[in-house]
Design a protein around this ligand. Structure first.
Ligand SMILES: [Fe+2]
Length: 400
């Protein structure tokens, strides 16, 4: 089917057709037939002054790869889950994921600095990096999820976008999103707060409650983010993911107070990942809370702020003991959670590292086994920083 779209909506993989309309009468219609190969190509078309093009929705890799965009209710109804056995073990994937994470941090930093300086944004590099994030999440979703929580040394401004992209993509794989959907979700996650470049730092970093006027400025950031990203060949789903990540199920969010199904599924998924990362991140004025506690906070917000089933599904994905958690066992030993157990989440694989006197042991993997009463041996989740312990030293001894 032929469809006329704006050049701002053109994406790599779409097939442009020559409509046969006269150039003299339609000087702004791009009609060079063929598949769009890159975001740079889209940019060149826009820069040449074209504003519209006809595409054939049944031709091109975009048409072949993209299934109809599912609604959130459809995603949540799918009987998908994380695989019982990851394709690559955690310690191996952490090495690859650390490299991807570092590259994402560089890109996030570059993009924010470019936007602040009023420079031209290039979306090809972020897109290929998000593809690397997806590849890591497919090999073992726990590696990037664990890294988000285990790294402690980078500025929140840069890490937050990367964390939200990684968490959203990893969760998206468990929801059964296809690769193109994951790419859109990852790009929206990476850039969800890009509009904060228009909000003064003094407001963003203010430890006290914001005044009504200051909050009004903050409320502009999703819409401003969309404006920054518009016209760069990004799909509408990416723009909506960015623009709608603060909208709430009950219509109490911002900037438009959209409610229920009016919010794009990616806005919803990024909204959950955003709050989870904000709660668990250390900031200049507050310590982060433990991931298990953050999941509890999200659960408390589920009916008012999130669509039915979304928070529950996110908690199921993360598990009661997210990989990387440091736990105290009934025996008094301490261990790291090294592999989730989707079938029996209370009994993950553990890496035993400390005896009851907190003396280091030679790390060894054990299965969390039920006691005589069928209870989990895990008593509580502990913050490893309280003991001066760096989890990556144990979980990724070769890749730190
Ligand atoms: Fe935001």
């Amino acid at each position: 089917m032929l469809r006329k779209i704006s050049v701002a909506e053109l994406s790599p993989g779409m097939f442009v057709v020559d409509s046969g309309l006269s150039w003299l009468e339609h000087p702004y219609l791009f009609g060079q037939e063929g598949e769009i190969k890159s975001l740079a190509a889209v940019r060149e078309i826009a820069e040449a002054g074209y504003t519209e093009a006809f595409i054939d929705t049944e031709r091109g890799t975009y048409a072949q790869g993209r299934s109809a965009e599912p609604t959130l209710a459809e995603l949540l109804a799918r009987e998908t889950d994380r695989p019982a056995e990851p394709a690559v073990p955690l310690e191996e994937e952490l090495v690859a994921a650390t490299a991807v994470y570092q590259d994402c941090l560089c890109i996030a930093r570059n993009v924010l600095e470019t936007v602040k300086a009023g420079g031209e944004l290039d979306m090809d590099e972020p897109t290929s990096l998000v593809d690397d994030v997806i590849a890591s999440a497919v090999r073992n979703p726990d590696a990037l999820v664990a890294l988000c929580k285990l790294r402690r040394h980078d500025a929140y401004t840069f890490t937050h976008g990367v964390n939200v992209a990684a968490l959203s993509v990893a969760f998206g794989t468990a929801l059964g999103l296809d690769t193109l959907g994951l790419r859109d979700l990852g790009l929206a996650g990476l850039f969800h707060d890009i509009g904060k470049t228009g909000v003064p730092d003094a407001i963003l970093n203010k430890p006290a409650r914001l005044s009504p006027g200051e909050f009004e400025q903050v409320k502009n950031h999703p819409g401003y983010g969309r404006q920054i990203l518009e016209g760069r060949g990004l799909p509408e789903a990416v723009l909506r993911g960015v623009a709608e990540h603060h909208e709430k199920w009950g219509g109490t969010g911002y900037p438009h107070g959209l409610a229920g199904e009016d919010v794009h599924p990616y806005g919803r998924i990024i909204g959950v990942a955003d709050v989870f990362d904000a709660l668990t991140s250390r900031r200049a004025y507050k310590d982060g809370i433990l991931p298990t506690k953050a999941l509890g906070v999200l659960y408390g917000m589920r009916e008012r702020d999130y669509p039915p089933g979304l928070v529950e599904r996110f908690i199921k994905f993360m598990g009661p003991y997210p990989v990387g958690s440091f736990v105290r066992l009934a025996s008094g030993h301490h261990a790291f959670v090294s592999k989730s157990n989707p079938g029996r989440p209370l009994f993950p694989e553990l890496l035993l590292t400390f005896d009851p006197a907190m003396a280091r042991l030679k790390p060894r993997k054990i299965e969390a086994k039920p006691d005589a009463a069928g209870k989990s041996p895990i008593i509580e989740v502990v913050d490893p920083a309280r003991h001066g312990i760096d989890p990556l030293e144990f979980l990724c001894p070769t890749g730190r």
